[in-house]
Design a protein. Sequence first.
Length: 252
Amino acid sequence: MAKQLYNREALRELKEAYATIEVRYRELISKWALRDLKSNAAAEYAHHGFLRRVKTLRQCIDNTFRLISPASRKVPSEARRLNASINIQAFYANLFGAIDNLAWVWVHERSLKMARTRVGLKVEHKDLRETFSIAFQDYLASRDDWMKYVIEYRDALAHRIPLYIPPGTVGSKDQSAYEEFERRKIQALYKREDPALYESISLKQSKLLVFKPIITHSLAEAQGWYPFHKQMVIDFLTIEEMADKMLEELKQ
């Protein structure tokens, strides 16, 4: 049997962290809504850009946890995996956008004149980073690896291979049987042209799978496969942290 992704303690910690998301979301909304911004453009990026995306992030997390339990070992239906994948894709698109929205808030509030391609918080946005305090520059540098991961997954989604949830993994003792079913499926479909037999063999093959709630994109290009429940929670906490740091920066 393939090893389960989370042990009991890890699952408990994940559920506890997930349970804090709603309160954190409301506190973040409140802090940014109360922030008095001088620039109308900065206010728009804050309220209709960043906060709208944060709301979407929170909803995507809730939807994904409802669709697929992090404790699940049974392969979810294709419809559930597809709907969860759609929510995860929306999550990454808006996570990437939320980072850029924070950059635009700063640019407009400080009346900086910069081309669009120079606006962002990533490592390549050196000119903009240099307008921040040393403390915030150091903080952003500490999150460079995290932002590289976000960029990889967002760019794969937007330009290359969309993110998806694999149906399951196979334990070592069942590998040979799984491969034999695969051979019989190909024979049924292409040699015997028997769709009903193909579906029957596929059903038997699927029973060898053990589900693991992970997300990836290209099998050849992906830098890592991530446990999506845990990663979505981590990502929300990270963008919350980044937003809090930005609020402090705006006060200076």
